[in-house]
Design a protein around this ligand. Structure first.
Ligand SMILES: [Zn+2]
Length: 386
């Protein structure tokens, strides 16, 4: 039975999708105003591994990623370049697709701009107001979290702890931790005319509209970087539950650790950002994948080119094994292939899977048989293009 760590329960749980044969996955996508760095890429590589593994287990996947184009950073970039937010979004969305393709990420089948959902957001915010869980204050619309059952449940915070965060600061808010849904008071270079007032739909609500419109009442996995847990995912879940009248509409909340650079978060101001477009010029996607999967997805990883290069002997062994594949798999190797699969079955434990793959390829080097079918199966799951 496939087990996944659920941030909601803080434990590994048997993964049972709502639909027996189809797994619906929503991954929080990028804000499209810059190129893709390794931290972003790790997220999509992780869900690509997950999708490939589920596909191997005869489960189809439906993977939705939203492109955030309603955002101040996008607007600023548009202004700098004397163009529209849409042009900036299109440019960086195309670059994102190229970067993902260069890493062999094929699992995403729905890639959508949040700006295409503004009328849905407007309708949904009005619905929340009618349900008396949202209110207007000085032109803005907020979600009244005191009306939400067990608010704080994903980020494991009590109301007192939540109250310590100074969020969405605005006049007339009922509770400090209330979540903005529609912003009419701040000045934006781009805004939308609406019955809620001229303004912009706020971040969390953008994702909720995309999820409701694409997946309806429920879906199986919500993913993204761990740093999105609060307030983003907490707010999204509250809104989603209220709009769909469902309890626990998402089976599992799966979060990926950060990629650090010299022990710090990647940022342009520190000059430590590792861009995918640069990395792929120097190293193959196979090597980058082995490197990213050499760490468990939930752990943070500190980028080091030396560590990346340390994967070269394993990649060479995998290449050598390819030239030695035979018709049948030796019993000893069959057991190792089983261990490879079992490690992925245990919350996608890719480091252990790679250790098993290394043993397999070493046995093949020493003369034991590995069938083409078993070899290709493992390479396909890892997304290696050998
Ligand atoms: Zn999101």
């Amino acid at each position: 039975m496939f087990k996944l760590f659920n941030s909601f329960s803080l434990s590994k749980q048997d993964f049972v999708p709502f639909d027996k044969s189809l797994v619906k996955i929503f991954i929080c996508g990028p804000t499209v105003y810059d190129y893709t760095h390794l931290g972003h890429a790790r997220i999509f590589l992780t869900y690509d591994l997950l999708s490939r593994y589920l596909n191997d287990q005869s489960l189809q996947t439906d993977v939705l990623v939203n492109l955030t184009d309603i955002n101040q950073n996008v607007f600023n970039k548009a202004k700098e370049n004397s163009t529209t937010y849409k042009d900036i979004a299109k440019f960086y969305a195309s670059a994102f697709v190229v970067d993902l393709q260069s890493l062999g990420i094929q699992s995403i089948n729905r890639l959508v701009y949040v700006s295409d959902y503004v009328s849905s957001i407007e309708t949904q915010v009005q619905e929340l107001i009618q349900k008396k869980v949202a209110y207007t204050a000085h032109g803005n619309v907020y979600l009244d979290v005191s009306r939400v059952k067990n608010y704080g449940k994903i980020s494991q915070q009590t109301r007192t702890e939540l109250n310590l965060h100074r969020l969405d600061i605005g006049p007339g808010k009922k509770n400090q931790e209330d979540i903005m849904l529609w912003n009419c008071t701040d000045e934006f270079d781009f805004s939308w005319e609406s019955q809620l007032g001229k303004g912009i739909p706020w971040w969390h609500m953008q994702d909720t509209a995309v999820a409701v419109e694409n997946f309806g009442k429920n879906y199986d996995i919500h993913g993204g970087a761990r740093e999105l847990l609060y307030p983003h995912h907490e707010a999204h879940l509250a809104q989603y539950e209220l709009l769909t009248d469902s309890e626990e509409p998402v089976r599992a909340w799966v979060h990926v650790g950060l990629v650090l650079s010299d022990g710090e978060k990647m940022s342009k101001s520190l000059g430590n950002v590792v861009w995918v477009k640069d990395l792929i010029k120097k190293y193959s996607s196979d090597l980058i994948r082995l490197y990213v999967f050499s760490k468990h997805y939930r752990d943070d990883m500190d980028f080091s080119e030396k560590d990346l290069e340390r994967q070269k002997p394993l990649l060479d062994l995998i290449h050598l094994a390819k030239s030695r594949v035979s018709d049948t798999t030796h019993e000893d190797i069959s057991n190792l292939v089983r261990s490879f699969m079992e490690s992925l079955d245990d919350d996608l434990d890719s480091p252990t899977a790679l250790a098993n793959l290394e043993k397999i390829c070493t046995e093949v080097k020493n003369g034991k048989g590995l069938s083409q079918i078993d070899y290709s199966r493992m390479c396909n799951i890892l997304g290696l293009h050998i």
